[in-house]
Design a protein around this ligand. Structure first.
Ligand SMILES: Cc1cc2nc3c(=O)[nH]c(=O)nc-3n(C[C@H](O)[C@H](O)[C@H](O)COP(=O)(O)OP(=O)(O)OC[C@H]3O[C@@H](n4cnc5c(N)ncnc54)[C@H](O)[C@@H]3O)c2cc1C
Length: 383
């Protein structure tokens, strides 16, 4: 058993942190305040590090990164700016699906612009009546001549209105349930759909949208994989997706810890730094311990992913523990900052808002418990 990062991973972490401190962190307040998407030039600056498709093999345009190195990238970006982190989450969900399931023609057309961040992608699964039970997709796709006609609504879609490409899940045969769901590559400049943005609690520089498809024509060649394989493709990404979320919140928890230590060392009450009070130290100790435990669970899941071993339970545990503990850490960070912690003068209120939804993403905390329960009991609570 080896708990150490390799020399290359430590060097990678240092290089990225320096980049984030110099180029990313100075922009955060302005863009969050304006609720404006980060500049595209900044998004493109993430490309050489391997943020987009870094896990893909070199022959597909990736860097062939190992999972642990990739999660270092995620943690460091999330420590700097959660809204910017969402761009690579959605792009990678779509481009990995294309790399795994696309035809040669689809790979040629779609991968390069997403790997270079010239195009941003959305992942369209959730609907007004479809959340945790993803198999209940209501959006319909009917083949008419050489096009599929899409009808339905997707909601809570990150970058839905902004993205140039989307992966939309629709049923081609409702009678087959989960096995009737197919995935379609939808291009903004050729497919007609409307978008409305949804205001949200945190990550205000990231866009959340509802998309309406009314007889939206998608060329037949934009079907990804075979009909009926859509949900299987989406679910096959979940272990990596859950680790992504784990490291996304670990990055923010780390930022909470650093801000709290700084504040506790500087802020004086009763003529001494508040960091000298045992109850403040107790909160900081819990924050550090829980974040470290989350990181260890995350790296254990990364190790299993790297080996190609099954890790449903481990990825769910990493995601569940990291997201729930990060919320406690962010809440403690506000407490340590006292009244100022609730103001926008300090970043900790944003950290809390930015991660609040991540107990929902990639399966809610309740769903993670049911997944872990099914793995250990051998009994499914879903059926
Ligand atoms: C900021 C943000 C970004 C998002 N981005 C995307 C995106 O890009 N693409 C996309 O497709 N979706 C996206 N989503 C949607 C997200 O994936 C869903 O919110 C999530 O899947 C949960 O679905 P739901 O919100 O409909 O909750 P529901 O499934 O309706 O759940 C409501 C509550 O019931 C509980 N519950 C449900 N089923 C069970 C059960 N069997 N047992 C016990 N409890 C249960 C849940 O845990 C939860 O507490 C995003 C959401 C947010 C907030």
């Amino acid at each position: 058993m080896d708990f150490d990062l390799t020399e290359e991973q430590i060097a990678l972490q240092k290089t990225i942190r320096k980049f984030m401190e110099a180029e990313v962190i100075p922009l955060v307040d302005e863009y969050e305040e304006k609720e404006q998407f980060p500049p595209r030039e900044l998004v493109k600056k993430l490309v050489p590090f391997g943020y987009f498709g870094g896990l893909l093999p070199e022959e597909l345009g990736g860097l062939g990164l190992d999972y642990a190195s990739y999660f270092i990238l995620i943690e460091e970006l999330a420590r700097a700016w959660s809204s910017l982190r969402t761009v690579l989450t959605t792009n990678n969900m779509v481009l990995t699906n294309i790399a795994r399931n696309g035809t040669e023609e689809q790979k040629k057309r779609f991968l390069e612009p997403m790997l270079s961040a010239d195009k941003i992608a959305f992942f369209g699964l959730t609907e007004p009546n479809v959340g945790s039970d993803a198999a209940a997709v209501e959006t319909r796709a009917v083949l008419e001549g050489d096009d599929y006609l899409l009808n339905g609504t997707k909601t809570l879609i990150t970058h839905g209105s902004l993205a140039e490409v989307g992966l939309v899940f629709a049923t081609t045969d409702r009678s087959l349930g989960a096995k009737g769901i197919s995935a379609f590559l939808v291009e903004k400049d050729t497919c007609q759909y409307t978008a409305r943005n949804i205001k949200k609690m945190g990550m205000r520089a990231s866009v959340l949208s509802e998309l309406t498809f009314e007889d939206c024509r998608v060329p037949r060649e934009n079907l990804l994989g075979r009909t009926g394989e859509g949900l299987k493709m989406a679910l096959s990404m979940l272990n990596v997706g859950r680790c992504n979320v784990a490291f996304a919140v670990i990055g923010v928890a780390q930022a909470c810890i650093e801000a709290s230590i700084r504040y506790a060392q500087e802020r004086k009450q009763f003529s001494r730094p508040i960091g000298g009070f045992q109850l403040i130290q107790g909160m900081i100790a819990e924050m550090v311990m829980e974040t470290d435990a989350a990181r260890l669970l995350g790296y254990r899941a990364a190790h299993l992913l790297q080996k190609g071993a099954s890790c449903v339970k481990e990825a769910s545990m990493a995601k569940l523990f990291a997201t729930e503990s990060a919320l406690r850490t962010a809440s403690n960070a506000i407490q340590i900052h006292g009244g100022y912690g609730y103001t926008r003068e300090f970043p900790v209120e944003r950290y809390y808002r930015d991660i609040r939804h991540l107990t929902m993403a990639e399966g809610t905390s309740q769903i993670q418990k049911l997944m872990i329960g099914r793995e250990v009991l051998g009994i499914s609570a879903f059926t």
